[in-house]
Design a protein around this ligand. Structure first.
Ligand SMILES: Cc1ncc(COP(=O)(O)O)c(C=O)c1O
Length: 396
């Protein structure tokens, strides 16, 4: 099939929930994607912060191939070796004592919401309200669109589950004013990604931790987008020297293989007992060997160091472009999650960059989002910066 054939079939047979750009990717290699016409594009979006090791990393391919050859699926009615290994790796690298595996970010957050409510209802004697943040994003299931503090994701899907209230991100007083004798948890992204790449003040997450401790409520970090190396630490909470009680991961965790995880401290994890939660595919052997390969490769290839170095390098380059282009209002981010706020809509810039062979995304209407694979080098960073600058030059 050629590109036009795929576009036609896609529009005819797939529910139109995504506004898609007219490209069909055929192959990926490292920092690059190739379309059906074999044109090469530099990927600064990495499947929306998923492909942390780049495309077609041999370690992930080998792990999945070997596992597929042996065993693909068994269900969670039995023990799964790779699942136990990955849980141990996640626990030993984090604050957590136990892990629940699922298949996506929204599912990981659903699991976190259920765990927090069960803890609140049982240990905290009937507390079950959750405070989440305005401009947050937690997924597209009914509970997670409700936790998401943006009306545009909720409209039309009423009635929504009850038990959620919304505070302003980066405003500790706003959170404090919402705490009642019904509050069981505060849920937040350490850095708001979809909301426009909003980095909080250094003290905010620490203050949040202290507030939760003083009120005896749980702190949940949604690290679906910023976890697994994106900020230059394995988990974003390490940047702020603050430990949550519950954390969710997905996206980069499987490097492109669908997987999610919900991690919790011992005291919280203990309230989930047999039958409380489940997922047919959660922690499937194929997903688990991908997770193991991702975690091992991040360590072996020193990708956290690379993320910090190249993140700073990219931001410096963007600041130079900003100094001569008033179209750029602000550059925000940590590590290799970078938001570039524009004075215009992001979409025409995304389209122009694509025409010129660079893939970038958006986070809100007027913020460009960069979430390149953590393997990016300086030459690739320079190439992306040049394409962005020339695209902005043409648009302004
Ligand atoms: C912070 C955050 N949480 C949850 C999700 C939902 O993840 P998924 O699309 O895998 O359900 C996303 C997706 O963008 C996200 O950025």
């Amino acid at each position: 099939m050629n590109t036009q054939d795929v576009l036609g079939m896609s529009q005819k047979y797939i529910m139109q929930t995504y506004r898609r750009l007219p490209v069909v990717w055929e192959k990926g290699a490292g920092m690059y994607l190739f379309d059906k016409e074999r044109r090469r594009y530099l990927d600064f979006l990495g499947g929306i912060a998923v492909c942390a090791l780049g495309h077609s990393h041999p370690n992930i391919i080998e792990a999945i191939r070997e596992q597929a050859d042996k065993l693909m699926h068994t269900s969670n009615l039995y023990h799964i070796e790779a699942q136990a290994i990955c849980a141990k790796m996640l626990v030993e690298s984090s604050f957590a004592a136990k892990v629940f595996f699922c298949n996506s970010g929204a599912e990981a957050n659903e699991a976190a919401i259920k765990l927090a409510r069960k803890y609140g209802n049982t240990v905290l004697n009937g507390k079950n309200e959750i405070i989440s943040m305005r401009k947050s994003f937690h997924g597209r299931t009914l509970a997670t669109i409700t936790a998401t503090g943006q009306e545009k994701f909720q409209k039309g899907f009423e009635p929504l589950p009850t038990g959620f209230v919304y505070a302003d991100f980066n405003d500790i007083q706003s959170v404090e004013s919402l705490i009642t004798d019904k509050t069981c948890a505060v849920l937040t992204e350490p850095i708001q990604a979809e909301g426009g790449v909003i980095v909080p003040d250094d003290a905010y997450l620490k203050d949040l931790r202290m507030l939760c401790d003083s009120k005896n409520i749980l702190l949940i970090f949604d690290e679906v987008q910023v976890g697994v190396g994106r900020t230059g630490k394995l988990y974003a909470y390490e940047e702020y020297s603050v430990k949550p009680d519950i954390m969710t991961l997905a996206k980069a965790l499987g490097g492109g293989f669908p997987v999610g995880a919900m991690l919790a401290s011992e005291k919280v994890a203990g309230v989930f007992v047999h039958g409380d939660h489940a997922s047919t595919f959660g922690g499937n052997p194929l997903a688990m060997v991908a997770v193991k390969a991702v975690l091992e490769t991040i360590a072996e290839e020193c990708l956290l160091d690379n993320c910090r170095l190249l993140g700073a390098y990219l931001r410096e380059g963007l600041e130079r472009i900003k100094s001569r282009m008033p179209l750029i209002k602000e550059i925000r981010g940590k590590g290799l999650l970078i938001g570039v706020e524009l004075a215009i809509e992001a979409l025409p810039v995304i389209e122009k960059c694509l025409e010129r062979g660079l893939i970038v995304g958006s986070a809100g209407a007027n913020v460009l989002r960069f979430a390149p694979p953590l393997i990016i080098n300086k030459a690739e960073a320079n190439m992306g910066l040049e394409i962005l600058a020339s695209s902005l030059e043409e648009i302004k």
